[in-house]
Design a protein around this ligand. Structure first.
Ligand SMILES: Nc1nc2c(c(=O)[nH]1)N[C@H]1C(S)=C(S)[C@@H](COP(=O)(O)OP(=O)(O)OC[C@H]3O[C@@H](n4cnc5c(=O)[nH]c(N)nc54)[C@H](O)[C@@H]3O)O[C@H]1N2
Ligand SMILES: Nc1nc2c(c(=O)[nH]1)N[C@H]1C(S)=C(S)[C@@H](COP(=O)(O)OP(=O)(O)OC[C@H]3O[C@@H](n4cnc5c(=O)[nH]c(N)nc54)[C@H](O)[C@@H]3O)O[C@H]1N2
Ligand SMILES: [Mo]
Length: 775
């Protein structure tokens, strides 16, 4: 419940709202952005946001506690590792926005739910839903009145427990994780699911980097990147594929600027030249800020066609092999002979692929591909980094494996400054997988879990994200638990997925803010509000910290410091323990005892998880500890015991005549399904999300001018169509045949059946669409 003080603050904020809030009625603007990334534009945007959320006073204090080696909390914004050189302000614009979003003084309390029916709230925008503020107490859906009404924690757990106990088969339940969940909660969550008897553990990774994990596992036997920040500091060449750095991993800008100062080459591969691939003002360099001095973050930009990365990589490999005919140093033959398998076949495949085909599929000229290859062969040490532009494709696994192929040719593995470096999304998505969120767990993991936790885990594989929605459609999933995230909005095929979710008997969302997934619910529904990462987690044995793992396998503690948004909130581990006890009344797992002191959970984890020996001591070291990467030590846990070249055929990614390949992506002012405003500063957009970026010639050919309303119709693999109407066309510097627009709105266009047969990931970066002037 909100206090008087809260109400007063809310009124004060309301008065500020019109000036600094999103401007839904404002005129859409488009003016191409020509300034460096970060700097004062970012500072201004942060200030506006702090004012809007009423956090001008405590926002800055919290920010000083972010990403520090000694204490403080881990920024929930992204998975970029913390600075290792004692940086005092290791922060970015979007991280600050994300933290402040959690710290808002607004409350979505019982009065809000009493005032509005679910039907009414369903009409609100996603921005407006989250803008109601933090959830304050457990709520249950009342179908008679169409309202959410308060429920005690005890009764809420009983409802979950009873419904789970009454299932005919534990596989009728599915337990989703969004990548924010700390490691200790993660471990308890998967333990609960497996003790119940299911491996139905879908997670956001199924839509994100599943392809990267599978590819790295197949090629190297280590399903993660092998490099760390020290390698980034030492490398001669960085290849950055399919990442919008300035918006989605802004702390990488500092690493890029430093690399540029050192004289390293930085090649960006992206259909769009994003702001982070031009110049940046380093935000924590006060001299830079004061003098507007900016540093380049790129030495070459290759505007590949959507899905064309694999052709570029193969072209580079072909060029390396050609160069090696006269210059043997282009290849590291000794490394290839000692550590790899399948080189000869790969060489033949590269030789057999024609330049014509490589140019057509990549959308790049042969001379550009040769230039990129020359950067690669001139560098002693290279790192290839990538994100969703590579992974969210039908051939995401093959493309990541092609990245590894290229790295292997010059022995860019297992030494300083070299290797594969995927940029993960959610701040602990990598830790979730490490700690057991996996619908396809290994036998070794299950054996260890069985032995240490004395349970009998199911051996049959479970459902992932797409599989869960499909099973809901078939009526096979009755209970859905969302541990964070916004499942309904994040998954593809919105209309069909909503229908599927509504068919469940019970949906449970453990959340911090109101979102679409609370309104698209099962016949019974619960909202269980939890502590955020910035908040104090007080348990019987004292204040608790949880651990997280970043993109570069560093595990460290995160401890909240703020007063919880409401005294009724529980921590995520406590919510899980409450559900587990209610569902498994006779369980021998000491759920309540674990919650008193998270060290106890960590002690158990130390016995189950590889690389977590002595967990409690090592996680308290100043920067935490790094999980060992066998491939980094040139130990390959593959069938051959060597790093394996892959030999996949080049996919055909050129759209059919009249069609375009549309990628769905984030704006600068959003965090996945959380929309901060309708602006996308670095792409020059104001007050508009219902847009589609197109190549100017593609527009002209269709008789479309800037800001013309258009209809977008997608064609799925099964021949069905989906559409969005009245989107506004924006001419943008991008290759012909490509188009782009924002997620999650464009999930309407992504068919559920259009998932990659290699990774099972929805194909969110290559939707086949026709775009025509609006009818
Ligand atoms: N502020 C902020 N930070 C975030 C997030 C957020 O929403 N907001 N989300 C987090 C999460 S979960 C994730 S997974 C990451 C996502 O980080 P990104 O991967 O940067 O996410 P997207 O916005 O989807 O942008 C993908 C980029 O790929 C490019 N692209 C599209 N198709 C292709 C292609 O075929 N080839 C290549 N080479 N490029 C292509 C697009 O132009 C765009 O620049 O960011 C994380 N960090
Ligand atoms: N078309 C299209 N769709 C996509 C993508 C795309 O590129 N294109 N990207 C995909 C990717 S990469 C991802 S990772 C998914 C993201 O999918 P999700 O992870 O499911 O979604 P988020 O938007 O990150 O979740 C936001 C919600 O998390 C809750 N939350 C925030 N902090 C906390 C916390 O500390 N604890 C708890 N319990 N809850 C919290 C809040 O209620 C908030 O509303 O979306 C995917 N969907
Ligand atoms: Mo993600």
């Amino acid at each position: 419940m909100s206090t008087l003080g809260d109400q007063a603050r809310t009124q004060a904020e309301d008065q500020l709202e019109p000036r600094v809030g999103p401007l839904p009625d404002g005129e859409p603007h488009f003016h191409p952005y020509h300034h460096p990334a970060a700097g004062w534009g970012a500072a201004k945007s942060v200030t506006k946001f702090l004012v809007r959320e009423g956090a001008l006073m405590d926002g800055p204090r919290a920010i000083m506690k972010m990403n520090h080696e000694n204490g403080g909390f881990d920024c929930p914004g992204c998975a970029w590792p913390d600075d290792t050189k004692g940086l005092k302000l290791d922060i970015c614009e979007n991280g600050i926005k994300h933290v402040t979003w959690e710290m808002t003084h607004k409350r979505a309390d019982r009065e809000l739910f009493a005032r509005h029916t679910v039907g009414e709230m369903s009409e609100w925008s996603d921005f407006k839903l989250e803008d109601q503020g933090r959830l304050t107490e457990p709520m249950v859906y009342d179908p008679d009145t169409d309202h959410y009404v308060p429920i005690t924690w005890h009764d809420a757990f009983e409802l979950v427990g009873r419904t789970l106990r009454e299932l005919d088969d534990p596989n009728q339940a599915s337990f989703y994780t969004s990548g924010r969940l700390g490691n200790e909660a993660t471990f308890l969550y998967q333990l609960m699911a497996r003790e119940l008897g299911t491996n139905n553990l879908p997670d956001c990774s199924n839509m994100c980097h599943e392809a990267s994990g599978r590819a790295l596992q197949a090629s190297l036997g280590t399903g993660k990147g092998t490099v760390d920040l020290k390698d980034w500091d030492a490398t001669d060449a960085l290849f950055i594929l399919g990442v919008n750095v300035a918006s989605n991993a802004p702390r990488m800008l500092t690493a890029l600027a430093e690399a540029f100062h050192r004289g390293a080459q930085i090649v960006h591969v992206n259909p769009l030249v994003e702001a982070g691939a031009t110049r940046t003002i380093i935000p924590h360099d006060f001299l830079d800020m004061a003098t507007f001095h900016s540093t380049r973050t790129s030495t070459m930009n290759l505007q590949v066609r959507v899905g064309g990365d694999m052709a570029l990589l193969r072209g580079m490999a072909k060029a390396v092999l050609e160069q090696a005919k006269t210059d043997p140093r282009a290849l590291d033959q000794e490394f290839i002979d000692r550590h790899t398998q399948g080189f000869q076949e790969y060489r033949e495949l590269c030789e057999a692929t024609s330049w014509d085909e490589l140019e057509r599929q990549s959308g790049l000229s042969r001379s550009d591909i040769l230039k990129a290859a020359r950067v690669y062969t001139d560098a002693d040490r290279s790192i290839v980094s990538w994100c969703l532009g590579v992974s969210q494709h039908e051939h995401g696994v093959d493309t990541v494996r092609e990245i590894v192929n290229l790295l292997l040719l010059r022995g860019n593995l297992g030494r300083e400054g070299a290797g594969p470096s995927p940029v993960r999304g959610h701040s602990n998505v990598q830790g979730n997988r490490t700690c057991g969120i996996d619908h396809r767990p290994t036998e070794e993991f299950l054996d260890r879990l069985a032995e240490v936790c004395d349970i009998d885990p199911p051996r049959e594989h479970g459902l992932d994200t797409v599989g869960t929605v499909q099973a809901m459609q078939r009526g096979e999933i009755k209970v859905f638990v969302g541990m964070g995230g916004n499942f309904a909005l994040a998954v593809p095929d919105s209309a069909y997925s909503y229908e599927a979710i509504r068919s469940c008997d019970l949906t449970v969302q453990v959340s911090t803010k109101l979102n679409r997934s609370h309104l698209v619910h099962g016949k019974q529904a619960l909202i269980l509000p939890c502590l955020g990462r910035t908040e104090k987690d007080h348990q019987r044995c004292g204040d608790q910290a949880t651990s997280v793992e970043d993109s570069m396998s560093m595990v460290h503690l995160s401890e909240g410091m703020r007063r919880p948004a409401s005294r009724h909130l529980l921590s995520e581990p406590a919510v899980i323990a409450g559900m587990a006890r209610a569902a498994l009344p006779d369980s021998a797992t000491p759920w309540e005892w674990y919650i008193e002191d998270y060290d106890r959970i960590r002690d158990t984890m130390a016995h189950v998880l590889d690389g977590f020996e002595d967990f409690n001591r090592r996680v308290r070291l100043p920067l935490g500890f790094r999980i060992k990467q066998p491939a980094r030590e040139l130990v390959f846990l593959t069938p051959s015991g060597r790093a394996e070249f892959s030999h996949a055929p080049l996919p055909d990614v050129v759209p059919e005549p009249g069609m375009l390949a549309l990628g769905t992506m984030r704006s600068h002012d959003q965090w996945n399904t959380t929309i901060y405003s309708e602006n996308d500063r670095y792409r020059g957009i104001k007050n508009l999300r219902t847009l589609v970026f197109m190549n100017e010639d593609d527009m002209r050919e269709r008789g479309i001018s800037e800001f013309d309303p258009v209809d977008i119709v997608s064609t799925a693999r099964d021949g069905t169509h989906r559409s969005l109407e009245g989107y506004l066309a924006i001419p943008y510097d991008m290759p012909r045949g490509c188009a782009a627009g924002y997620m999650p709105e464009m999930n309407v266009l992504v068919a559920l059946c259009d998932y990659s047969r290699q990774s099972d990931q929805p194909i969110m970066k290559h939707v086949n669409v026709a775009i025509t002037p609006a009818t």
